[in-house]
Design a protein around this ligand. Structure first.
Ligand SMILES: C[S@@+](CC[C@H](N)C(=O)[O-])C[C@H]1O[C@@H](n2cnc3c(N)ncnc32)[C@H](O)[C@@H]1O
Length: 255
């Protein structure tokens, strides 16, 4: 389990139950504070605000903070299932049914995959991201359209995907991986604040080659790797590649 001491604390909000803040702080083995300011040693805080769990940056304590956004991204259709259009759907395949996202992170790809109607399971190893994701998936299940269609949020699996994938009892048709690549230039494919914070907190994913091999072993049909357009393909020459804005989806078919 990663160590967050000195980096992260839980900041209690008096409008929410204290035992919920306390148990989150205990689970992450980080301090619980009732107030924080620029002199507080930790750089990041988890706190409930505006009905969701947020990750706050010390410099921006007064601002909104980051949360897993469960609304469709710009340009995505607001229907369910949304049309399987665009590079991500092309890479996953329109006929594919079952997908495992092995690197869920802020779940923006996962939620897109979910909204397109794929059967999705999500793996994440960072306890911070798991706390934010679990809050988001509970919010997702409260949405009117999700309730109307009697949908359940994707299953969230805690752990290192390298182990989790090896232990799956049913092989998914597609395993999707989007590990953190080192930033090479200012205008990268993941310039968003949320991704920069993730890199600050978790660092680059140095075991991505091992994860790729584990995914190739565990998949029934294919592995899709999302990568910045400047990065070398993770698994060598892919069978197919679909270009998005400043990024690529490389597809590796199981032999
Ligand atoms: C670049 S982010 C993924 C962003 C995500 N695709 C999105 O749309 O928000 C990478 C995430 O994968 C997680 N991760 C990387 N390697 C992993 C592994 N082997 N097992 C589980 N999670 C992993 C990291 O903790 C991080 O949260």
């Amino acid at each position: 389990m990663p160590e967050y001491s000195g980096k992260l604390a839980v900041l209690h909000n008096q409008h929410y139950a204290l035992d919920v803040s306390q148990s989150l702080a205990d689970r992450l083995a980080v301090p619980l504070y009732f107030t924080a300011d620029k002199k507080t040693p930790e750089d990041f805080f988890l706190s409930w605000r505006d009905g969701c769990l947020k990750l706050l940056d010390k410099e921006l304590l007064k601002k909104g903070g980051l949360t897993v956004d469960i609304e469709p991204r710009n340009g995505e259709q607001r229907s369910w299932p949304a049309p399987k259009d665009g590079a991500l759907a092309q890479a996953i395949g329109r006929k594919t049914k079952t997908v495992v996202d092995a690197t869920t992170g802020w779940a923006q790809d996962s939620l897109h995959i979910f909204r397109m109607g794929y059967e999705l399971r999500c793996i994440e190893r960072s306890p911070i991201m798991l706390a934010l994701l679990s809050d988001a998936y509970q919010r997702l299940e409260q949405l009117d359209w999700v309730q109307r269609l009697a949908l359940s949020a994707p299953e969230l699996i805690a752990g290192n995907a390298i182990q989790v994938l090896a232990e799956l009892t049913e092989a998914p048709e597609c395993i999707y991986i989007d590990p953190m690549f080192p930033a090479k230039r200012k205008k990268s494919a993941l310039p968003k604040k949320s991704m920069l914070v993730l890199r600050d907190l978790l660092g680059d994913d140095l075991d991505k080659e091992v994860l790729f091999s584990a995914a190739m072993q565990a998949t029934a049909k294919k592995v899709v790797v999302k990568s910045p357009d400047y990065a070398e393909p993770l698994g060598g020459e892919p069978n197919q590649s679909f270009k998005g804005k400043l990024l690529r989806y490389d597809v590796y078919l199981k032999k």
